[in-house]
Design a protein around this ligand. Structure first.
Ligand SMILES: O=P(O)(O)OC[C@H]1O[C@](O)(COP(=O)(O)O)[C@@H](O)[C@@H]1O
Ligand SMILES: [Mg+2]
Ligand SMILES: [Mg+2]
Length: 353
């Protein structure tokens, strides 16, 4: 697809951009476009709540835990309610997987053709301290026929089946960045007009970079390969940048070049981040922008999900940096393969009965 054929001027509204891009697909029926608009609407409402979170009583913990055993923040719950309501009212989505809900959410829109996996509020540890946070979403076309509720098979599809994915970053400015498999575009929110405007057309991430993002607080349980890669970044005098909000760390590295890593650690044996609504959507975006994403050995989007809240190690960013990290991780597996087989335990002499 020649992205430049329909290059739209910076300042185009999101609505207009969605409409014009829909024309790329003669058979498009407008449902996906409407779904993207529903997400943008919910993002505007959540943005308003976040901007005034210090003024009104929505700071702090909500008093319950989500399926991951994490304390839900009030804004986690508010954002969850807002996005689910917008997707339900929009009518295009039959089933939702949300970080904040244990089970799949049936919206009642059995005619809906789409399934959404969503992290309503990403970077929860940064909510009350005015640091950038976000929302991450992933969209699939259901595989079961319409007319009834969505199934686990509709929800648990590999990332390669995504029809669209994106994130909203609530930072010094609020941006919506998304892909439908035809490049990545970023829109900045103009509060006074209540509109998202095209500000970052056709985002391409640098092939390499000098920024690495990893929580070194758990470095004592990094695998030798991960530890060696971190040391490599230091030897190269890369800059260490870690905000602690995946969306914000990812967004910076997407624009400037860099790598974000959340490996398996003693505390999080399969990594911390969730495949369906954190890793897959960002992997789709980074690949569309020319970057790369894996679990250290396997392309993130080819991992077959088994459960809605599945976690996986996450390496994402500039292609050459992710490949470099993978080359260090490969040594881990080699080391495992060549580890001498444990000595057979000498058979105990059988005592004369
Ligand atoms: O504090 P840690 O272990 O470094 O984890 C930080 C990571 O966890 C997250 O906060 C997980 O996402 P949620 O806030 O949506 O649960 C990421 O945004 C962030 O990158
Ligand atoms: Mg998250
Ligand atoms: Mg979250």
């Amino acid at each position: 697809m020649d992205h430049n054929k329909l290059a739209l001027p910076v300042g185009t509204t999101l609505d207009r951009f969605i409409m014009r891009k829909q024309e790329d697909f003669p058979y498009a029926t407008g449902e996906l476009s409407q779904l993207l608009r529903d997400i943008a609407l919910a993002a505007k409402i959540v943005n308003r709540e976040i901007n005034r979170s210090g003024l009104i009583d929505i700071a702090g913990a909500y008093g319950s835990q989500n399926v991951q055993g994490e304390d839900q923040q009030k804004l986690d719950v508010i954002a969850n309610i807002r996005f689910i309501r917008a997707l339900r009212n929009g009518g295009e989505v039959c089933t939702i997987i949300s970080e904040e809900d244990d089970e799949m959410i049936q919206t009642g829109n059995n005619q809906g053709k789409y399934v959404v996996a969503i992290d309503p509020l990403d970077g929860s540890s940064n909510i009350d301290v005015n640091v950038s946070i976000g929302t991450i979403f992933s969209i699939y076309r259901r595989v079961s026929p319409t007319g009834r509720e969505g199934t686990a098979a509709d929800c648990l599809q590999p990332g390669t089946h995504q029809v669209a994915a994106g994130y909203v970053i609530y930072g010094s400015s609020t941006m919506l960045v998304y892909t439908t498999g035809n490049g990545v575009n970023g829109f900045t929110y103009e509060h006074s007009l209540g509109e998202f405007f095209l500000s970052h057309p056709d985002i391409i991430t640098p092939k390499t970079g000098s920024i690495y993002s990893i929580n070194e607080g758990s470095s004592d349980s990094f695998s030798p390969g991960v530890a060696a890669f971190v040391q490599h970044c230091k030897d190269q005098q890369f800059s260490a940048r870690y905000i602690g909000s995946l969306v914000a760390d990812f967004h910076r590295n997407l624009l400037k070049g860099g790598i974000y890593v959340y490996p398996a650690t003693a505390k999080n044996k399969s990594g911390k981040l969730r495949l369906m609504y954190e890793c897959n959507p960002l992997a789709f975006i980074v690949e569309q922008a020319g970057g790369k994403s894996s679990n250290g050995t396997r392309r993130t989007m080819e991992i077959e999900p088994k459960i809605p809240h599945e976690r996986c190690p996450f390496f994402i960013g500039s292609k050459e940096l992710v490949e470099k990290a993978e080359s260090f991780i490969a040594k881990d597996t080699e080391a495992c393969d060549h580890k001498p087989a444990p000595e057979p335990t000498p058979k105990k002499a059988v005592a004369a009965k």
